[in-house]
Design a protein around this ligand. Structure first.
Ligand code: FE
Length: 211
């Protein structure tokens, strides 16, 4: 069995946004799909570790903002590489709008948003899949949607650049680099239970790089 077969599935990238009381939060997800047409319904899977997941569970409502190829790594850093438990991701962030139904969505480098009301939740262990009826949606631009492979090829910093930036020159050559986000672990040894501090992926997503 070749698990790399799973890498052949294509995905988009999205900002999943939730709002609860005074708090607005969002995270990056890659698992969004339209599941039915009558009615228009979408499914979104999100890791339970994300605050956004808890908020959607509570409010049964969310928006998905579809990222376009214009999105930069800054967008991924803002929404994907920090937790809403530690920072307010929307503080002084101007690229945000609210629709008539109160749905909050992101307008920076996005080409559409879809506002869903959850009708079913499926517990998948590490993730929850929310199935939602679409109650509002809008096209925001005609830029092509960003795919996961476009992100890897054009947006995500290349590990070699991250290593060069992190190295002082007189440190040992070998480093471990997170293949997901580019975080550099500046040590020859990577503990088996290591978790990437930026993207929370496990040690198996790191590769050993010599500068
Ligand atoms: Fe990472």
């Amino acid at each position: 069995m070749d698990v790399l077969a799973l890498n052949k599935i294509s995905y988009g990238l999205f900002v999943l946004t939730a709002w609860e009381g005074e708090k607005t939060n969002g995270c990056i997800v890659n698992t969004v799909m339209q599941v039915t047409v009558s009615p228009n319904a979408i499914a979104v899977a999100v890791n339970k570790d994300n605050l956004t997941c808890d908020m959607v569970k509570n409010t049964k409502e969310f928006t998905v903002s579809v990222l376009s190829e214009k999105a930069t790594f800054d967008t991924f850093k803002r929404f994907g590489l920090q937790s809403g438990r530690d920072v307010d991701k929307f503080k002084e962030y101007e690229y945000v709008k609210k629709n008539d139904l109160g749905g909050i969505y992101v307008t920076e480098s996005t080409n559409a948003y879809i506002h869903g009301k959850v009708k079913e939740m499926v517990d998948l262990g590490t993730h929850i899949m929310f199935i939602a009826d679409v109650c509002e949606m809008e096209v925001l631009s005609e830029e092509p949607s960003m795919t996961y492979s476009y992100y890897h090829e054009n947006v995500k910093p290349k590990p070699s650049i991250a290593v060069d930036e992190a190295l002082d020159g007189d440190k040992p050559a070998g480093k471990w680099v997170c293949k997901i986000c580019g975080y550099v672990h500046e040590d020859e040894n990577l503990p088996e239970d290591f978790i990437c501090p930026w993207c929370k992926h496990p040690a198996s997503d790191f590769e050993y790089v010599t500068a």
